[in-house]
Design a protein around this ligand. Structure first.
Ligand SMILES: Cc1cc2nc3c(=O)[nH]c(=O)nc-3n(C[C@H](O)[C@H](O)[C@H](O)COP(=O)(O)O)c2cc1C
Length: 298
């Protein structure tokens, strides 16, 4: 089978997830190509592929605007099979509404839906996740990937249901899609911290950052992906109205992956507050996995 994975990523969680999913397809004997969407990505040729996988990080209960725009421009044959493997920092039910534009775009043009899967990845806003939590997330993601590959191989279509209230809620929160354009009027760089490495300029997926008279400046077409402030080596970028959301510094995914010491569960039956919503999410995946594989990880 020829598989095409098309994704948008801000701080590279979705790129990381895509690499993991790609490995799964290759292990199954498929050939896989990937396309990362940024401001300059031309619509790709999809006609040679048997299956397209779409992936994106959830922003304000929606898919990022550049992702939805890219899918609208995509050309494909009627009857094109596709699936979705999206990700986000938490598992609030309103996140279930995030694929509605993608699904309706594909449906209108005769795409055939073959399943949707919601992975959790570490937050790139508000606060960084603890290492033990990420280890548990990765263990869980591996099980969800097992389930996804099993379902795709056996023609089992997994839907993520969403009620109308959440769809309406997500529609209104969708206003944030243009929020970055407004917010970028308030971006600034702390000149005492900035080391002029220009990493933010090179990294920006939307060419929104430039240098003028030796100073870092911002245009006003920002996706709010946080890549600039997340990866700034000196934490010098002020992201305006969302400054309190800023998280700085890459997660050590490689180190976490290579850590073979026993995992201390971060989410337990007694988890409270913000962490409570992960209990059922993890349990459901655990149970589905056990039903299919009898408790063994593939
Ligand atoms: C502007 C913005 C809005 C976000 N909104 C949500 C959200 O509504 N729900 C959620 O669970 N996570 C939300 N997140 C967290 C991201 O979905 C999550 O960290 C994701 O893994 C980032 O993927 P990336 O590194 O590929 O960009 C948001 C992140 C950003 C930057």
């Amino acid at each position: 089978m020829k598989v095409l994975l098309i994704y948008y990523t801000g701080t590279f969680n979705t790129r990381y997830l895509t690499e993991k999913i790609k490995e799964r397809f290759i292990m199954r004997g498929d050939s896989v190509d990937t396309v990362e969407i940024n401001a300059k990505t031309p619509p790709c040729d999809t006609f040679q592929y048997d299956l397209i996988g779409f992936s994106y990080p959830i922003y304000g209960f929606n898919a990022p605007l550049p992702f939805d725009k890219y899918v609208k421009k995509l050309k494909f044959n009627k009857g094109q099979k596709f699936f979705i493997y999206k990700n986000s920092g938490e598992v609030l039910a309103m996140n279930n509404a995030s694929s509605r534009i993608l699904l309706s775009t594909m449906e209108k043009r005769g795409g055939i839906f073959t399943g949707e899967y919601h992975f959790v990845m570490p937050y790139n806003i508000h606060f960084p996740y603890e290492r033990d939590f990420i280890r548990q997330i990765f263990e869980n993601n591996s099980k969800l990937a097992d389930i996804m590959m099993h379902n795709l191989s056996n023609g089992i279509v997994k839907k993520i249901n969403c009620n109308l209230i959440y769809k309406i809620g997500a529609f209104f929160v969708g206003i944030q899609k243009i929020g970055g354009n407004v917010n970028s009027f308030f971006y600034s760089v702390d000149k005492d911290k900035c080391i002029n490495c220009n990493k933010c300029i090179k990294n920006c997926p939307h060419d929104n950052i430039y240098v003028k008279d030796g100073k870092i400046k911002f245009h006003h077409h920002c996706d709010m992906c946080m890549r600039c402030s997340f990866y700034c080596p000196t934490n010098a970028i002020n992201i305006g109205l969302l400054q309190s959301w800023r998280v700085n510094g890459a997660y050590d995914f490689k180190g976490i992956e290579e850590d073979t010491s026993p995992i201390t569960p971060y989410i337990t039956k007694d988890s409270k507050g913000f962490y409570k919503c992960f209990i059922k999410y993890f349990e459901d995946i655990e149970n589905d996995h056990a039903k299919i594989f009898g408790g063994e990880t593939r």
